[in-house]
Structure formats: C-alpha cells, structure tokens
Design a binder for this molecule. Sequence first.
Ligand code: COI
Length: 353
Amino acid sequence: MISTLDIRIEKVGQSRISEMDFHHIEFARKYSDHMFIADYDGKEWKDFRIIPYGNIEVSPANPAIHYGQSIFEGLKAYKGENGQVLIFRPDKNYERMNKSAERMMMPQLPRELFIDAMHELINLDRDWVPDVAGTSLYIRPFMFATDEFIGVRPSDTYRYMIITCPVGAYYPKPVKVKIEEHFTRAVKGGTGYAKTAGNYAASLYPAWLAQQQGYDQLIWTDGQQHRYIEEAGTMNLMFMIDDTLITAPTGDTILAGVTRDSVLTLARDWGVKVEERPLEVQELLAAIKEGRLQEAFGTGTAATIAHIEAIGYRDEQYNLDLGERHFSDKVLETLDAIRTGKAEDKYGWNYIV
Ligand code: COI
C-alpha cells in the first residue's frame, strides 16, 4: 500500500486471468479482475474502493447519458525487467483529465486520486500486464455525472472510475485515411481539446461513411475552411516532408496527445527539424505528388505509431509507397525500449509500480 488514500479493497473470489491468451489479445475485449471507484458528493471525493470488475448501476435520469457530461483518459502500463510494471507518463494524462474536467464543468481530481488509485489498482492486477512484444495494459480512467436530474445544468455529483484491459495493436496494420471536407470534428471555442465522450460520438457517422469506401479513419480538417489538416480523432497526425516533421499545433481543436509530445521530444533530441504548424491539405497533396512526402503516421496511446498507407482526397486515393520508414520505425522502437525499461528513461517518463 503506497497510497495516502483510504481505499477499501474487495478482491475477486476467482481471477479470470486464465481466460486470457496473452499471445492473441484483441483490443479491449477482456477486462482485468478489479476496478477503482470514487464518488463526488458535491463537495468532496470520497468512498474510494477497488472492487471486482463488473456492471454498475446508474439512474435513468443520469446527465452523462442525456447530455454527455463525461470525460476519460487513456494510458498504458508495460511489463519491464524482473516483473516490474511501468506506467507511461501518467502525470500528462492527469493534467489533461483536469483540463477536460474544467471544460465540461466537472470537479477537479486531486493528483493522489488519479495517480495513487491507479498505482493500487495496477499493483493488484499486475499479472494482467502482458509481457508479449507489442502488448500492454490499457488503463482507462473516466468520470461522469451522476445526479438524478434531467435539467440542463452541471451535475452536482460525479463518479470517477478506472478500468484496465490487456491490449495489442489498436490498428494491427497500416491505415487508410480519408481527408474529410464536409463534417467537422472540432471548432475554435469548442471541445476538441477535451477528451469528452461527445467528440467521439460525433465522429462515428462521418467515420462510418468513410469506412464504407474502404478507409479506416478520417483526417479531420479545420471547421471553418476545411483547408488545414487537424487530427484523426483516434490519433494525432504527423508527416515527414523534405526531412521536416510537421504536425498540427495543439489548441482548441486538437487533442494534446501524450504520444504526440513524446515523439516531438525524441525528434528534437535527435536533431530532426520539427514544425508544429497548420499544414494545408494542398501542401500535403503537392508533397505526395512530387515525391517529397517521406513518412505519414498517426500517434496515440491506443494507436501508438500507426503507419498510413493511403490517403483519400475527394475521388482520388493516393497510395503511399514510401519505402523505409526510418523516423517512425526508430521512434516506435525507442518508445518501446523506454516504456519497457530496456532503454534509459532520460526524460523521466516511466512511473514504476
Ligand atoms: C487513446 O489513444 O487512448 C484513446 O483514448 C483513443 C481511442 C481511440 C481509444
């Protein structure tokens, strides 16, 4: 017990871990034995407990269901040497969770509630952290409104929970993405930077339309002119053009990805030229046609580094036969080595359980 929190722990009678085949993990299909729960009563967080994973009961008048007052995070724990468990950059997710909470009129989480509760939960379920290459334990902290009231106003009460599940690749193979010019993911002044449920719900229909045309995901463009590349919703986007790594700047409409930040940190450290700036769709298309696009990939906790093999624009599909992916492959290899404790953690990214 490391925590200063008073957590009640009720362990499962019988672990379900024997149901897991760690060599064939489907993304987020099986959940670990336990989950963490805390409740906010309008004044303070209380009733901290770790209990067996299972269904929960909410009022049918729950405002998270009706108006989407709901936020979440995604992070990963890795198995290191000698059974050590390492959580990757949880402080970044903690900061972002509270930014999302502020935007959605939800209470702030004290750091120990985010970090210490996660520590206790992962420690208890540490056998669920897989040690097969390319796998990890996905950690999903989330908070939602719990009042019994269908008026449109912030809820007084909330629940915070953490569930975890062993995962493999979110995108098991390189992705095909389509540049979206009609629908909009986020606008200036909106909620694009917050990790809130509605952002994802709103993306489902446009993504489904693209999937009917054989694409995996969308490249969202800015909501005003559909002229600049933003992100993919499930991941930030990066392009290596003329030896320069280009990605959209964070702001109102872009989620400040932890993997995004880690990739940019490594790139700068390696002396790669980095530009965080609006990238015009036409500039990207010109780079593809002129053979100047060297690499295209998404970055995200779930997605890790997802190579892009094709980009759709209007009626055209550009197949990216880009050859060696020097930078993104090196990034993935380096991140994997740091996250599993095989390489020096010189940035202090790992939180050890
Ligand atoms: C993550 O990368 O952790 C996310 O929350 C994105 C979602 C597509 C799984």
